[in-house]
Design a protein around this ligand. Structure first.
Ligand SMILES: C[S@@+](CC[C@H](N)C(=O)[O-])C[C@H]1O[C@@H](n2cnc3c(N)ncnc32)[C@H](O)[C@@H]1O
Length: 211
């Protein structure tokens, strides 16, 4: 019955008696468990660097990043007004997606209100990559979740060179037919850099790029 509704029961990991920082009982278990486990590797291997999310919307995944990395600065990149027409133009022109998703109902205050360690949060409001221009930092973990080809490619070009060795970048929607530009951006970037990635079976069909 659940499978018919597109829902699949997943047993949580066995033999992993670590402290869990985030609530893994929520949707989407695979995405959350991967975040938790990558966070564990980053701390266990003493990987330095701050963390970021490009594409925050209402801050639901950013809150989990902030929870897993309580002692790191968290950069929050978003227009907080939805897609930019420049990016939508490419989407429609190349037939990647319709670019008409509604991202209303968010604000900087709403997002910060969800953060357990809001003093560590740095809000970068506006069009990415312009909002990253003056930032001098290195990263251990980055989530790229902007749906569209242009900001995903720009995100990889910006963050990958600034990712410390042992760090991870999650890119949402690689295996999402609704956003074909996400796949194209990952393939193009990883081919050009000659780097591999791991697809994971979360809701959005994310990939994880390590360094
Ligand atoms: C799918 S939502 C993010 C969802 C969020 N990561 C989560 O898991 O809850 C995509 C977000 O990307 C933002 N976005 C898309 N293109 C952008 C750009 N070029 N610069 C800044 N933000 C952008 C949109 O405003 C939107 O809030």
């Amino acid at each position: 019955m659940l499978a018919k509704r597109g829902l699949h029961l997943v047993k949580s990991l066995i033999y992993l008696n670590r402290d869990k920082r985030i609530d893994l009982s929520r949707l989407d278990y695979n995405r959350l468990a991967c975040l938790e486990m990558c966070g564990y590797e980053i701390y266990a291997n003493k990987i330095e660097g701050n963390v970021a999310e490009l594409g925050v919307f209402r801050g639901d995944f950013a809150k989990d990043i902030n929870t897993v990395f309580p002692d790191r600065k968290l950069y929050l990149f978003d227009t907080f007004e939805g897609f930019d027409n420049r990016d939508v133009g490419t989407e429609v022109g190349k037939g990647f997606s319709t670019g008409d998703q509604d991202f209303s109902g968010t604000s900087v205050d709403l997002v910060l209100g969800k953060m357990p360690h809001k003093n560590n949060c740095i809000v970068c409001q506006g069009y990415f990559p312009a909002t990253a221009k003056d930032i001098e930092d290195k990263f251990a973990f980055v989530s790229i979740d902007t749906d569209l080809y242009e900001p995903i490619l720009a995100g990889l070009q910006y963050f990958y060179p600034r990712l410390n060795k042992g760090g991870y970048i999650f890119v949402h929607d690689y295996n999402n037919e609704g956003y074909k530009g996400a796949r194209q951006a990952v393939l193009e970037f990883c081919k050009q850099q000659q780097i591999p990635f791991v697809p994971i079976p979360d809701l959005g069909g994310s990939v994880i790029i390590g360094k």
